[in-house]
Design a binder for this molecule. Structure first.
Ligand code: ASP
Ligand code: MG
Length: 409
């Protein structure tokens, strides 16, 4: 008997009809003799609707209260799924994060899971129950409701799979796997059979919305194989797992883009020790994740410091930065929301040279100016003017021949 964790996204539970469809998939797994834990997102559009309500009141709603608000979306969908399963003749129970409990830290709107209690659910599973867990939510040590960040139900799924030592975590979503790039941007995008945790981690952090980045971090840490697949077909999707020899032998596996970042520049910052620490210390204390950072070499004792943050954190970041910029003696604070980041990712970069040069050449030949560059061992990212995003993705996809499957190397 296996233990399977299934996660269904918002589109998959977007209507009662679709919830019935989900229930059938759950039952199919259960009827194979497996124990099944299901976690679901809020019904499609619900989380956005709830956030919009709060934003009618204020641009910066109190984050503790925002979590109380948005966690209700998942409460509705777990109950509806459990009701459906019971109506279909099965034993099912829904649980909210605090009932289980899924213990998190207190970083409201982006909390991290610390521990999941398993005793109660193990007992239920042994008694033949199908367990339906609210995705995206937890509870901190003081009993406050927390949420795990947008897309956080993926993380709930993987964390449950890790805690219960599940054999697999199936992530059912509205796409049928991981593609070489977003098929809506380029019709030559190709579905990958397998992808390594590290590549997926880069793609997720680069803005691929298929899996929440923390879910991939957790999957990698606990070696949970994740199967990303469509909730509307039986076709196999993409397996996210440890690097192995039958993965495609290519330099670049995917091209991604992200329009969700904004650029902030502190102009003419005095070039002396402690300035960056003070600035980024304050930003990180606000739980804001900074992505690209550039500091110019200084001329006349000052330097420009440029960095990017998620657009959703721009206001909060500007408030923090403006409070500090006087203190550190910066002349001005500028920001720009019209940027995009285009990236190429691939394990093969570790052993091939000239990959960055080729990327810059492709962009240069198309007249696309590169605003910022950042690299890791298996990724190269360029910030560019947002209006060239799709063009850049297509050109890079062609240049690295990602439409062709390559298994020989
Ligand atoms: N409902 C939450 C969101 O929309 C969590 C999720 O869907 O994974 O972000
Ligand atoms: Mg999602």
């Amino acid at each position: 008997m296996a233990l399977v964790v299934q996660k269904f996204g918002g589109t998959s539970v977007g209507s009662i009809e679709r919830i019935k469809n989900v229930a059938k998939r759950v039952i199919k797994e259960y009827e194979k003799g497996n124990q099944v834990i299901v976690t679901v997102s809020a019904m499609a559009g619900e989380t956005n609707r709830l956030i919009a309500l709060a934003k009618e009141i204020t641009d910066l709603p109190d984050e503790r209260e925002l979590d109380v608000l948005v966690s209700t979306g998942e409460q509705v969908s777990v109950a509806l799924l459990a009701i459906t399963l019971i109506k279909m003749g099965y034993k099912a129970k829904s649980y909210l994060g605090h009932q289980i409990k899924i213990l998190t830290d207190s970083a409201f709107t982006k909390a991290r899971i610390i521990n999941i209690e398993t005793d109660k659910i193990k007992r239920d599973l042994d008694n033949g129950y199908i367990i339906v867990v609210a995705g995206f939510q937890g509870v901190d040590e003081y009993g406050n409701i927390t949420t795990l960040g947008r897309g956080g139900s993926d993380t709930t799924g993987v964390a449950l799979a890790a805690a219960f030592k599940a054999d697999v975590c199936d992530i059912y979503t509205d796409v049928d796997g991981i593609y070489t790039t977003d098929p809506r941007i380029y019709n030559k995008a190709r579905k990958l059979k397998k992808i390594s945790y590290d590549e997926m981690l880069e793609l997720a952090s680069l803005g691929s919305k298929v899996l929440q980045i923390r879910s991939v971090e957790l999957a990698k840490k606990y070696k949970v194989p994740v199967h990303v697949r469509s909730s509307f077909s039986d076709e196999p999707g993409t397996i996210v797992c440890e690097e192995d020899s039958d993965m495609e032998k290519v330099v670049v596996s995917g091209v991604s883009c992200n329009k969700d970042e904004a650029r902030i520049t502190l102009v003419r910052v005095p070039d002396k020790p402690g300035v960056a620490a003070k600035l980024f210390g304050a930003i990180s204390a606000g739980n804001i994740v900074v992505d690209m950072i550039i500091q110019n070499s200084s001329i006349d004792g000052t330097t420009d410091l440029t960095f990017t943050v998620p657009k959703s954190d721009l206001k909060k970041t500007l408030n923090l930065v403006k409070a500090i910029s006087d203190e550190i003696g910066a002349k001005d604070v500028l920001y720009d929301e019209g940027i995009a980041k285009v990236s190429i990712v691939g394990l093969g970069m570790r052993s091939h040279s000239g990959v960055a040069a080729k990327m810059f050449e492709v962009l240069g030949n198309a007249g696309i100016n590169i605003l910022m560059i950042s690299t890791s061992e298996i990724k190269i990212s360029c910030a560019i003017d947002e209006k060239y995003t799709e063009l850049a993705v297509r050109l890079l996809h062609d240049a690295f021949e990602l439409d062709k499957e390559n298994v020989e190397g």
